[in-house]
Design a protein around this ligand. Structure first.
Ligand code: SAH
Length: 395
């Protein structure tokens, strides 16, 4: 393969990041591409002086022009390599089976499979091909997955914005087996949740918040909870099962609230207060009404889709955190999150600290929060860290 391989040659000095095992080659670093390449082709990435750097997946329209598969010249990208990586990714998740049947089996670059996401909900797999790399191996991956994961039903949800940035059209539908039912029931830490893999957000459920749902549940006993951006009620149901005294949950999506109510009933809980509305307005109204809570969760959508949106996003994060802090009684807990990859852990902490100052309260940072173990991050690819959170106590 190496004699006939297409070659992507970098500009002088642009080899440094690949030498540091950072897997992305930006378009601005590319000097030329030699050979016949198409979306997802494997290219041999070379420095300006012709040294081998990586085998990478070529993405002709993306700002991330290539994503590294390996830094080992002797290991070109073959079906066997892809199968081995899938098998290893799945095997690494095995310990989670004791807690849940909703697991992210493959998380893109972190598992050495650029742009590929595979989630498992019971016996249903949901795949996302979000970049040219995994996409070029689509047929092979789709053939291998049922065997490796032990599931027959595979549904595709490659509808994310990331795909558009890669110049790939959105794709959704059944790939293998039976069409998914509207509600697939999963059990996580003995709590039941319904997942709509066709109509839900992402692949249907925020799998990444598993550990934080458990943490909230363990702190919930006797507390009055406010769950902002509740989606299908993950944090609320966990908290009520953990003994929360009451819960008010807010989301702008009626279908999500419908699933949330069904989740509550599926767990034998009496109906709590689910409110359709804009969190920014609801927080304001709750303050005006003089309401108080002892446990607040803020888990908003990505306010900063990219670095250009950071300033506006920071203002939005600050506003909701400021209002939430004012709604907390002393001793109350705030679990606050950002899933904006463009916002660093440091910056998020600064923004929340700014909210504490403006709220004129004292707050302790008790714990830093992150996504679960099935959403790992490559040590050499900090961009992979997107979900971060803080657990604060108002003193
Ligand atoms: N906390 C959820 C996931 C939140 S995803 C969980 O653990 O499952 C973000 C949610 O915010 C989505 O459900 C979306 O419908 C909702 N949303 C987005 N903007 C909103 C706004 N301004 N007010 C209320 N909800 C909003």
């Amino acid at each position: 393969m190496s004699e006939t391989a297409s070659i992507l040659q970098l500009k002088p000095g642009k080899e440094k990041s690949l030498l540091r095992r950072h897997p992305w080659v930006y378009a601005t670093a590319v000097a030329r591409v030699r050979g016949r390449v198409q979306s997802g082709s494997t290219v041999r990435v070379e420095s300006a002086d012709g040294r081998f750097l990586a085998w990478a997946a070529f993405s002709p329209e993306s700002a991330i022009r290539a994503r590294a598969w390996t830094y080992d010249e002797a290991r070109p990208v073959t079906p066997a390599l892809v199968s081995e990586r899938l098998a290893q990714a799945i095997a690494r998740r095995a310990p989670l089976a004791a807690r849940t049947d909703a697991v992210r089996l493959v998380f893109g670059e972190a598992d050495g499979l650029p742009g590929l996401v595979v989630d498992r909900y019971g016996r249903q797999l949901v795949v996302q091909f979000l970049a040219a790399g995994g996409g070029a191996w689509r047929e092979h991956i789709v053939r291998e997955l049922p065997r490796l994961a032990g599931c027959d039903d595979v549904y595709e949800r490659s509808d994310a914005q990331a795909r558009e940035r890669e110049g790939l059209v959105p794709r959704e539908g059944v790939i293998a087996g039976a069409p998914p039912p509207g509600r697939i029931e999963i059990v996580e830490d003995e709590v039941r949740y319904g997942v709509d893999v066709v109509g839900g957000h992402k692949t249907g459920f925020y799998i990444d918040q598993r550990d934080n749902r458990r943490l909230v549940a363990r702190q919930a006993a006797g507390r009055r909870m406010l769950n902002c951006f509740c989606y299908t009620g993950g944090f609320t149901i966990a908290a009520l099962r953990g003994g929360a005294a009451a819960a008010l949950s807010v989301d702008s999506s009626e279908p999500a609230l419908g699933q949330a109510r069904a989740n509550e009933a599926a767990n034998g809980l009496p109906p709590s207060d689910w409110r359709a509305g804009n969190v920014f307005e609801v927080l304001k109204a709750l303050l005006e009404e003089g309401r108080r809570f002892d446990l607040i969760v803020l888990d908003p959508p990505k306010f900063a889709p990219s670095a250009q949106h950071l300033e506006r996003a920071a203002r939005a994060y600050k506003e909701i955190n400021l209002k939430a802090l004012k709604l907390l009684d002393p001793g109350g807990l705030l679990f606050t999150f950002s899933c904006s990859g463009a916002m660093s852990v440091d910056l998020f902490q600064k923004v929340v600290a700014g909210a504490v100052i403006d709220a004129r309260v004292d707050a302790q940072l008790v714990r830093r929060l992150a996504a679960g173990a099935d959403h790992p991050m490559l040590m050499t690819h900090p961009e992979g860290e997107y979900l971060k959170g803080l657990m604060l106590v108002r003193v």
